[in-house]
Design a protein around this ligand. Structure first.
Ligand code: NAD
Length: 247
């Protein structure tokens, strides 16, 4: 039986990588999936493919740094579906450089998308979830948000910050029937790793006790669990999904 039957789920950054895999997983679990991405054409293409496969899906052009744009998309979703059950704050970017070389622009861009973007999108849906007295918010952190990483001052700060949001909102919203959790993936084979040299990727493989990178579907299935009633007593956690990097 399906775990997310008729749940209305917004996924940001759903056009590629982990977000795309999550959209397909949620759809397979019976959810109505709303794919949001600044790469609007790619998001529309995924939504079309999902519908062709018999699922409920639609796409919206959305940049998580654009508060007015987010409000308009959320209003459109509410007008059509009258509820929002799940928000997956998945959109994220990297702009890597060592501390001594990181530009202010690199710093600001990553904080704007990965940290403030999560705030923007969650604030835009929270009134709806409060009125429903029900909802699930899932945030994309990272092992980098637990341990830090060479060359990722900005990204590490954003991902530690996302865990701070998660624990704060778990306290604020838990009593209102809304669960908030973060997922901390290890290194997963998506476009985000394309900028990394092969030597670094080999280092990631060695750092993980499963001796391999993760697949996007292996993160998507954890989002599906946390979004579902199977996780009905899970609130405020930052769940590491890294094949055992910390062991
Ligand atoms: P990806 O680059 O494959 O996909 C990211 C998607 O987000 C893209 O479709 C992109 O267009 C979209 N996006 C970027 N900026 C956006 C914005 N401002 N507004 C809306 N959409 C935007 O990345 P991924 O590897 O699938 O990563 C997804 C999330 O998981 C990110 O938050 C990332 O930090 C996190 N994560 C990834 C890994 C990994 O190894 N791949 C590890 C830990 C955490």
């Amino acid at each position: 039986s399906v775990k997310l039957k008729d749940r209305v789920a917004i996924i940001t950054g759903a056009a590629a990588g982990i977000g795309r895999a999550t959209a397909w997983k949620f759809a397979g679990e019976g959810a109505t999936v709303i794919l949001c991405d600044r790469a609007a054409d790619a998001a529309r293409e995924q939504a079309r493919a999902l519908r062709e496969a018999g699922h409920q899906a639609e796409a919206h052009a959305l940049d998580v740094t654009d508060r007015e744009g987010i409000d308009a998309v959320v209003a459109a979703i509410k007008a059509r579906f009258h509820r929002i059950d799940i928000l997956v704050n998945n959109a994220g970017i990297t702009q890597d450089a060592r501390l001594a070389r990181m530009t202010e622009q690199q710093f600001d861009q990553v904080i704007d998308v990965n940290l403030k973007g999560v705030f923007n999108c969650t604030q835009a849906v929270v009134d709806t979830m409060l009125a429903q007295q029900r909802g699930v918010i899932l945030n994309a952190s990272s092992v980098v948000g637990l341990y830090g990483n060479f060359g990722q001052t900005n990204y590490a700060a954003s991902k530690f910050g996302v865990i701070g949001f998660t624990k704060t909102w778990a306290r604020e919203l838990g009593p209102k029937g809304i669960r908030v959790n973060a997922v901390c993936p290890g290194f997963v084979e998506t476009d985000i790793l394309k900028s990394m040299p092969e030597k670094v990727l080999d280092g990631f493989r060695t750092a993980c006790w499963m001796r391999r990178l993760g697949a996007p579907e292996e993160i998507a299935s954890v989002y599906a669990f946390l979004a579902s009633d199977d996780a009905s007593y899970v609130n405020g956690v930052a769940l590491e999904v890294s094949g055992g990097m910390s062991v």
